[in-house]
Design a protein around this ligand. Structure first.
Ligand code: ADP
Ligand code: MG
Length: 727
């Protein structure tokens, strides 16, 4: 059989590295070469059109239709000069991946010839069939049609395929009646909200000259890379992105030799190739390294404005998969492809920055600026404290469920790590004390306002949400996620919190308090009210789970339950008030996420039943047969019962596991049948989480026991050690 394990091993062993030659030594020479950048706009657009697009990018001004024609023509000319034949609106529907529908520039003319055409209308708006994307009931209520609309704040780019090039135009995706059907539309709203509230707070109390602010995001991306032949030989990896069965290898990550080792040559070639493609697309990749688990890697770009950072991360995942194919690798972006081995995350490093270049989450030595820093810092803590369940919901998915609370990832409890120095600063603030000048960095020597200079080494890698010197790092985001979910929530709760901060502080000022005193008093109150979410210890430990329960912090383990926070009264108010989602959109999104969970577990359930029945049990039976033949031959040769005892016991042991698997597969199939007839999406999703998923465990246990017992020759699925260590 072509996809069998031995064939896969043979294929991997005969692999040759694919040689790569980056376009030139200096990245700066080809960085952004496939992006319609400011300088290409200047070259290809008329003065007027350039001005209009610039204003749209900088101020969010609308571009009128006649101008859109000019922009489209310029964009087309640029694209054609680069050998592009097609264009597409590039958008992020709620399926997770990005979507494209390609159209040709080519248009036949009446005289039998043809021209290349791209009108403003086609740039600004398109009408893909919305019915093929999840809409959570919006379609039933309204219309099947949907629109994609150009997002000028993220530049158009050229995607290179093996047989042609396509101009991609980043767009939002909304229903006929305007409800968001994607990630980008609400994200842009949340970013707008946070920017407005930041400017308002900064202008009111700290700096009148600031006119704009932006949220920044640097996304660290973890992933596994395994050989394509191994992938093809594992139906579970192909269909679900993770291994549903498989015995943990004797050697896992305990020696940490992968993390500290050099990057394997074949992988290195892939990385060079991948980075080259990313640079052409303007993705500012900065670091690459091995991760803790065998065959696990990470890359991270320089941080960018959130919308752009997310577009780039979505694009990066896509490029990664395409380039991997050239190198006969398969990228695994699933949060937990291998049980017993570290999973993958997507750390979201987030901050707020003003147009005069101040990072509002970076402490300085200037006390006046530090009051500003402290204000933003404490408001983040308050926002996350008040909306911890929503933060948890924003990272909830079938895949991430395996990672959170496993021994290498934070539990499903939202907590914040701020480090000993910031703890000291906040405690002193609360107690109106100045800190002892013990630590070299943190000290409070002004009566009221601390001087803070952070020692950057104070890190806690077990926290889901950690302050890392000049930014917060949301580490609990799953590796395959679109960061938009986390960023919509983060920026919305921050916008909301800053608006509240302004109201609270102004009330005190109105009562006659001096501005600084008013701010400090409010911050003190916020700190006191949200202190229980701060945790500096080991987030992976069992003690934290107990301690958190004592503190009254939620530990929501299942995805369906976690998602409920999206439609709580508090969240609905939050989103509606800040104009991020209306109730229809929120309910629809909730339905889609629950449905997605059900679909994923449903596929896993059917597949584990299938693998157990058609692979695992037959392997066990085959080995039983060999053993039975052996026993018979031994008896024929005159050996007695005590001589055949080991074989006979082994046959029984195999039989026990076969029976256990078979029973649980039957239970699984009958529960599946029931779960699909429960009516509400939440009930169905809960059944998948509470009734169906737990049945995977006994099946897997016995399957893995069989993998341990059965003759290696009879086992047809690649084993963990082969997928993870053969390079
Ligand atoms: P690590 O967390 O591994 O120590 P770094 O400090 O290099 O890594 O940062 C990780 C990511 O955080 C990078 O993508 C980096 O660009 C990003 N980052 C750094 N500063 C900021 C900031 N002010 N806002 C958002 N992201 C940032
Ligand atoms: Mg990090």
């Amino acid at each position: 059989m072509l996809t069998s394990r031995s064939k896969a091993l043979e294929t991997v062993q005969s692999r040759k590295t694919v040689s790569v030659t980056p376009p030139s030594i200096r990245v700066s020479e080809y960085f952004n070469s496939n992006v319609f950048t400011d300088s290409s706009m200047m070259e290809f657009l008329s003065k007027e059109a350039y001005k209009a697009v610039s204003a749209a990018i900088k101020n969010g001004d609308k571009i009128d239709r006649s101008m859109a024609d000019q922009v489209a023509t310029g964009m087309k000319n640029w694209a054609i000069s680069k050998g592009v034949s097609h264009y597409t609106h590039w958008f992020q529907p709620l399926t997770g991946a990005t979507a494209e529908k390609h159209d040709s520039f080519f248009e036949p003319t009446e005289d039998g010839r043809a021209i290349e055409k791209f009108a403003g209308g086609a740039l600004v708006q398109q009408e893909p069939d919305a019915s093929s994307f999840p809409n959570g009931g919006i379609r039933n209520t309204f219309e099947a049609r949907g629109y994609t609309a150009w997002d000028p704040s993220s530049p158009a780019f050229i995607m290179e395929g093996s047989n042609g090039k396509t101009l991609c135009i980043p767009t939002i995706f909304v229903s006929y009646t305007g409800e968001a059907l994607d990630y980008k539309a609400p994200l842009l709203k949340a970013l707008h909200a946070v920017e407005k509230s930041v400017v308002n707070v900064v202008n009111s109390y700290f700096d009148k000259n600031v006119t704009k602010a932006w949220a920044s995001l640097g996304i660290e991306q973890e992933y596994f890379l395994i050989d394509e032949a191994m992938y093809i030989a594992r139906p579970d990896l192909m269909l679900t992105g993770r291994t549903l069965i498989g015995l943990s290898p004797e050697k896992g990550q305990q020696l940490e030799d992968h993390y500290f080792g050099s990057i394997p040559p074949r992988v290195y070639d892939f990385m060079i190739d991948f980075e080259t493609e990313c640079y052409k697309l303007g993705i500012p990749l900065k670091t690459r390294h091995n991760e803790v688990a065998p065959s696990q890697y990470e890359c991270a770009p320089n941080f960018e404005e959130v919308n752009l950072a997310i577009d780039h991360n979505q694009l990066l995942m896509d490029v990664m998969e395409k380039v991997a194919m050239r190198h006969k690798f398969k990228v695994l972006l699933h949060e937990k492809p291998f049980s017993g081995i570290n999973g993958s995350g997507k750390h979201n490093n987030w901050s707020l920055i003003t147009n005069n270049g101040t990072n509002l989450l970076a402490p300085t030595q200037n006390p006046q600026e530090n009051l500003q820093f402290l204000s933003f810092f404490v408001n983040v803590i308050k926002a996350v404290h008040d909306h911890a369940d929503l933060m948890r919901a924003s990272i909830a998915s079938a895949g991430n469920e395996h990672r959170l609370g496993a021994n290498e990832a934070p539990p499903a409890i939202m907590s914040i790590f701020i480090g000993s120095q910031m703890t000291e600063v906040l405690e002193s603030l609360l107690n109106n004390k100045s800190t002892k000048n013990t630590s070299k960095a943190a000290s409070i020597n002004v009566k009221k306002i601390p001087e803070i200079l952070l020692d950057n080494t104070d890190r806690n890698r077990t926290s889901p949400f950690a302050f890392t010197g000049n930014k917060f790092e949301f580490r609990a985001v799953g590796s395959s996620a679109n960061s938009a979910n986390a960023m919509i929530v983060m920026n919305t709760i921050m916008a909301n919190q800053l608006n509240q901060f302004k109201i609270d502080t102004d009330a005190l000022i109105k009562k006659g308090k001096k501005k600084e005193d008013a701010i400090l008093e409010i911050l003190k109150g916020y700190y006191k009210a949200s202190k229980k979410i701060l945790f500096e210890g080991n987030g992976y430990g069992e003690e934290w789970v107990k301690e958190a329960a004592k503190r009254g912090l939620n530990n929501i383990k299942s995805t369906p339950e976690a998602l409920n926070a999206y439609i709580s009264k508090q969240s609905k108010e939050l989103f509606v008030k800040n104009e991020i989602f209306n109730e229809v959109e929120l309910n629809a999104r909730y339905e889609i996420m629950q449905e997605l969970y059900v679909k994923k577990i449903d596929i896993e359930a059917k597949l584990i039943a299938q693998l157990a029945t058609s692979h695992v049990i037959p392997a066990g039976i085959a080995y039983q047969r060999n053993l039975a033949e052996n026993v018979k031959a031994m008896k024929d040769a005159g050996l007695n019962k005590s001589d055949t005892e080991i074989q006979v016991n082994l046959i029984k042991e195999l039989g026990g596991h076969i029976k256990k698997i078979s029973q649980h597969v039957n239970m699984l199939l009958s529960e599946l049948d029931k779960a699909h007839h429960l009516g509400s999406t939440y009930k169905t999703a809960s059944a998948f989480s509470n009734k169906i998923k737990p049945l995977f465990e006994p099946i897997r246990e016995s399957s893995d026991a069989l993998e341990f017992l059965v003759d290696d020759e009879l086992w047809k699925l690649p084993k963990y050690r082969e997928m993870l260590f053969v390079k």
